[in-house]
Ligand binder design. Sequence first.
Ligand SMILES: [Zn+2]
Length: 393
Amino acid sequence: MVIKQCRALARCSEEPDCTTRTFLSQPMHEVHAQLGAWMEAAGMETSIDAAGNLHGFYAAETPDAPRLYIGSHLDTVPRAGAFDGVLGVVLGVATVEALKGRRFSFAIEVIGFSDEEGVRFKEPFLGSRALVGELTNPSAEILAAIRAFGLDPARLPEAQADANALGYLEFHIEQGPVLEDLGLQVALVDSVAGQTRLHVTFRGKSNHAGTTPMHLRRDALAAAAEWVLAVEQEANRSPDLRATVGWLEVLPGAVNVIPGEARASVDARHPDDIIRCGAMESVLRAGHEIAERRGLSLSVDSRYEQASVSMDAGLTRMLERAVRASGLPAHRMASGAGHDAMIVARYMPAAMLFLRSPGGISHHPDETVLPEDVAAALRIGAAFLEELEASRA
Ligand SMILES: [Zn+2]
């Protein structure tokens, strides 16, 4: 059922033959209508806040009780799969539906964030930032999009989460090959890796490819090539370090001209900020050494820096007990990708469960999830609510 629902929502798209759904685009209205109907059928009251987040509120036994948030995002990358983000929201609704009207001492609020990927305005996490009260000064184009969607930006402060929040739980596909490789269905996410993005530029001298002897060259691309391998070697030295040179530009870029300039990006991630920063220092040292030895200059431009974020220890232990109670091993891992939970964790205790990604495929139409893993996540969700209730007794 959950898988079918995700596939149905994947048809709400800006493009006819694939799933592309960005922040407050037209098809987001259809998603809200469809999901809202499922939320109401499960006994929830629905609303849409000024940031375009969809809320489904399932009341507690008593009014004014604290609330548990369960959520993820409803926007997608271009040509997306059907499960990144959406699965976490649909699983939240299914978890409430399975209660068949049973109430707890806390309320449950399922939330579908309007933006996590940042595709439309090149600015990610608009939805979860509104929930934590950090979408205070949105750009004029974001305000215009909010109005065009029929919402009132003046009410953005009301999008902020209840001060009486118990915590936030997010189900999400792993989007990588680790769980499949380990033969595991799910994992507890204990942290979201910190990230550094840099651009480096090696500057040498362009010259004629036929007349300049090898020993008189200052080839910027040859230096960059050496540096790309140094980045890879550095990452190989540290088990949880991921470092990627994903972009390279060569100038002037002609077959018969020695490259005078080579620009490259590096994206490095690690759950431990000290290890990540140390590795970046070492990679830059290697760059300077390569440049000096080859008679080039090197400049470095820092583009993005995000510290690693830990999930809440107490809530994660509760989720861990729920995983065990569901008969599964409680494997822990760090997330290499950013998630809404990382933003929400600044405001309330957050915990996160990964579901295995078959083939490790994500951000692609072939992205999928296995029915037995969805069933496991539903068992874990139910057990987690029991754990949370027991912890409050
Ligand atoms: Zn996602």
